[in-house]
Design a protein around this ligand. Structure first.
Ligand code: ADP
Length: 386
């Protein structure tokens, strides 16, 4: 792998072959880039759009060495990689964008929180356990935060797996027992009025492109719907943009990052977590922004100029289509019904159907007078009806 110069990058390696990598396909084609995808299953979504595939788990470092041999740069759709293992490749000249240092930071929720604190970015109150502490220490740390609080596994949590709310001190020990005394983060439960998210990209030249702030709503801790733009004051939107810019500068990010935040009753913004890749809260950009988050990630990591992020419609709603407790025919009948909706685009990831699994999403462009909440409800009435 050689030093990169403008537009010398033609082939991008992607670690992970799920829907996020799959949605990079059309953007890669538009930019004249070839994607080489490392993913374990030959039926994983991105295999269909890949120029070629390295069939191996995302933690298989020998496979990533083979990926590196075929590519000018490597990026990620999945951050749960073998950080230490990949260092040997970086030492030998493999270019990872974002850098492995950024990946290190997000792999452990404690390190994320410490980084936000050092950078002056707003955190909820938090503490952590490494796993070898006694219950007395757990109680002491919990008391510095107060109840209710949230316990989260520091590593490998996603879609709320590895997150528990603890209402009172008596539940602390039993909850930590259920976590098998793994390293955990403790943080205040934030009684938010809204959850907000923002995507921001940065190139190696330091160019920054910030998307509009959006509102996300989770059901059972999994993203269910996204409203773009967020229904917040101009002041809140501008502080979100400030957080986005500060974060990518501090990280010296090359790539794109999704930032999830809580908005408190008194309009304070607290960061929940970040993911240095495309993000579910940015899927709407495919149909509602001048440059999709997938194209932007590829632009950033391949030294192409970043694209404009402005909305192309007054507002939009994105609804996630999770697997239903129903047979395949029911899923397909409902997809047909969704296809009848006006100004809507359906993305179906062709993954195996399992209840609760993210199988697809739908984005609908809305007119100025439309009620986004009602639009989401109409979509969900079709997909999630009993
Ligand atoms: P994961 O990393 O598994 O996606 P998150 O930390 O994003 O988990 O939590 C998932 C959801 O749980 C959040 O979107 C939010 O709705 C809720 N949640 C997480 N942390 C808190 C908190 N400190 N206070 C209130 N709700 C929270």
């Amino acid at each position: 792998m050689a030093q990169t110069t403008a537009n010398s990058i033609q082939r991008v390696g992607v670690i992970g072959g799920g829907q996020l990598a799959w949605m990079m396909g059309p953007a890669a084609q538009k930019l004249g880039l070839e994607l080489v995808v490392q993913t374990p299953g030959e039926r994983d979504p991105a295999v269909a759009i890949a120029h070629s595939t390295v069939l191996a788990p995302v933690t298989d470092v020998a496979a990533t060495a083979s990926l590196a041999a075929q590519c000018d740069v490597i990026t990620f759709e999945n951050e749960f990689i073998d950080r230490e293992g990949l260092q040997s490749l970086a030492d030998r000249g493999t270019i990872f964008r974002p850098s492995l240092d950024v990946l290190t930071l997000v792999l452990d929720k404690r390190h994320q929180r410490e980084f936000f604190a050092q950078t002056g970015l707003p955190n909820p109150r938090y503490s952590w356990l490494d796993g070898d502490e006694q219950n007395a220490e757990l109680t002491a740390k919990a008391e510095t935060i107060g109840f209710p609080l949230v316990i989260k596994t520091r590593r490998l949590g996603y879609d709320g797996y590895g997150t528990a709310i603890v209402k009172e001190a008596s539940q602390l020990g039993p909850t930590w027992d259920r976590f098998n005394h793994t390293p955990v983060l403790l943080e205040e439960f934030v009684p938010f009025k809204q959850e907000l998210a923002i995507m921001v990209a940065r190139s190696a030249r330091g160019e920054i492109a910030v998307y509009p702030t959006v509102e996300t709503e989770q059901v059972d801790q999994i993203c269910r719907r996204v409203f773009a733009p967020a229904r917040v004051s101009a002041g809140v939107a501008s502080r979100m943009e400030g957080i986005a810019r500060t974060l990518v500068e501090a990280l010296q990010l090359v790539g794109i990052v999704g930032i999830e935040c809580f908005l408190t009753q008194d309009d304070r913004i607290l960061i929940n977590e970040i993911a240095p890749r495309t993000h579910n809260s940015g899927h709407y950009t495919l149909n509602a922004c001048q440059t999709s988050q997938f194209e932007q990630q590829l632009r950033a990591v391949s030294d192409r100029p970043l694209g404009p992020t402005t909305l192309t419609c007054p507002q939009a709603v994105m609804v996630n289509l999770l697997g239903l407790a129903a047979d395949e025919t029911t899923h397909h009948q409902r997809l047909e019904a969704l296809k009848q909706l006006p100004n809507a685009t359906l993305y179906w990831y062709t993954k195996g159907i399992r209840p609760g699994r993210k199988l697809g999403h739908l984005t609908q462009q809305l007119s100025p007078g439309d009620d986004p909440t009602a639009a989401a409800a109409a979509i969900e009435a079709i997909w999630y009806s009993p």
